[in-house]
Write a protein that binds this ligand. Structure first.
Ligand SMILES: [Zn+2]
Length: 367
């Protein structure tokens, strides 16, 4: 009994040394069950068993909800600090630990199907494609594995999920990946496929679950897109993968509060063009008329009232207005204005961390 208590203390200690007791309670809530059943033999024979993840030379039976696995303790411990603590605890229990046919038994409350996905990534990440960027992963799937990896503290899987999401929500200024809803375009080529625009909420939720106080930096770009989301998605509970996700009240308030900043930035990034109407950059009257057409188009299409200052604004300088195909911006003005717009957008982008209070954002945050 003393030994068992010590093993439990070890579990808590490995999680957060300063709050062992609290963590232990949380751990029970989260359903990471203790391996020991006080030496009682298993009442069942661990059915159903996973087709592949039941190794004849395995030495630990992991009994999850609806599925059982016969795994290798060394591999689980090597990948996961939590498994290590649980398995070391089982060992420390000596004769007190539950065993079955010479294998240690670890009972967990996780869904067996989800846990199988995690084990497949641990055992054969390549074949399941988790570490192969040529294979796109659906957000549902990525989230399912990442949440389990967080629970079992498997950092390299969490890091991989972050790297994939950073491709859709860049943390360095990448204009071609900052268009309106650019995160759901190009599903084939993207390392994560997001089916519906409102699933952005699940991305933000995942970032907060990875670290609520200091979330991975890509959350700033995700929050930027979220400002442009239909406002009902900020308040609704979004159906997702058989469950539901919603923005936290704090993130919702952040998105609502920053909408006016986005409107302002929309004007700021277009300012080089509107400014050129007041102070012409060249004496060419046709060039000036072409710039007038561009600004007219922005007014007509309410471009000054959108929340996407990082969208491809410069592209409007490329095409002459359909109403006035003869009006073209001269080459020198076009290049100069496109550079000026990009400079403004870069500044807006670099300020996203400060705007959304994301301490991990790579650009410097000025006080
Ligand atoms: Zn010009």
């Amino acid at each position: 009994m003393v030994r068992r208590s010590q093993a439990q203390a070890n579990v808590a200690e490995a999680d957060t040394p300063s709050s062992g007791k609290r963590r232990k309670v949380e751990q029970q809530k989260e359903g990471i069950a203790r391996p020991s059943q006080d030496g009682q033999p298993a009442a069942d024979t661990f059915q159903p068993r996973h087709d592949h993840l039941w190794f004849s030379d395995g030495n630990v039976v992991v009994a999850a909800k609806g599925m059982n696995f016969k795994m290798h303790a060394g591999i689980l411990s090597w990948n996961s600090g939590v498994f290590k603590v649980l398995l070391d605890g089982a060992q420390a229990d000596g004769g007190g630990a539950e065993t079955w046919e010479g294998c240690r038994v670890l009972r967990v409350e996780d869904d067996g199907t989800s846990l199988a996905e995690l084990f497949m990534v641990l055992y054969d990440g390549g074949r399941s494609g988790f570490f192969d960027w040529k294979k796109s992963i659906e957000l549902f799937h990525l989230r399912e594995i990442t949440l389990l990896a967080l629970r079992y503290k498997i950092q390299h899987i969490v890091d991989e999920a972050v790297a994939r999401l950073e491709h859709l929500f860049p943390t360095t200024f990448t204009p071609d990946r900052l268009g309106v809803n650019s995160f759901i375009e190009g599903i084939e080529d993207f390392p994560v496929s997001i089916v519906d625009v409102e699933h952005l909420v699940a991305v933000i939720d995942l970032a907060r679950r990875i670290d609520s106080e200091n979330p991975p930096a890509f959350i700033a770009t995700a929050l930027y897109h979220c400002v442009n989301l239909n406002v009902r998605y900020l308040f609704d509970v979004i159906p997702f993968d058989g469950g539901a996700v919603a923005l936290s009240p704090a993130d919702r308030d952040l998105c609502l509060a920053k909408a006016d900043s986005m409107l302002l930035y929309g004007y700021v990034v277009r300012q080089p063009v509107t400014g050129a109407l007041e102070k012409p950059l060249c004496p060419n009257k046709t060039c000036h008329a072409a710039l007038q057409s561009v600004v007219c188009k922005w007014i007509r299409t309410k471009a000054f009232m959108d929340y996407c200052p990082l969208a491809a604004v410069s592209v409007d300088l490329e095409q002459p207005s359909p109403d006035h195909p003869d009006r073209k911006i001269c080459k020198g003005c076009k290049t100069g204005l496109q550079d000026a717009i990009e400079q403004q957008q870069r500044q807006v982008f670099e300020g996203l961390g400060k705007l959304f209070k994301i301490s991990t954002w790579p650009a410097p945050i000025q006080a």
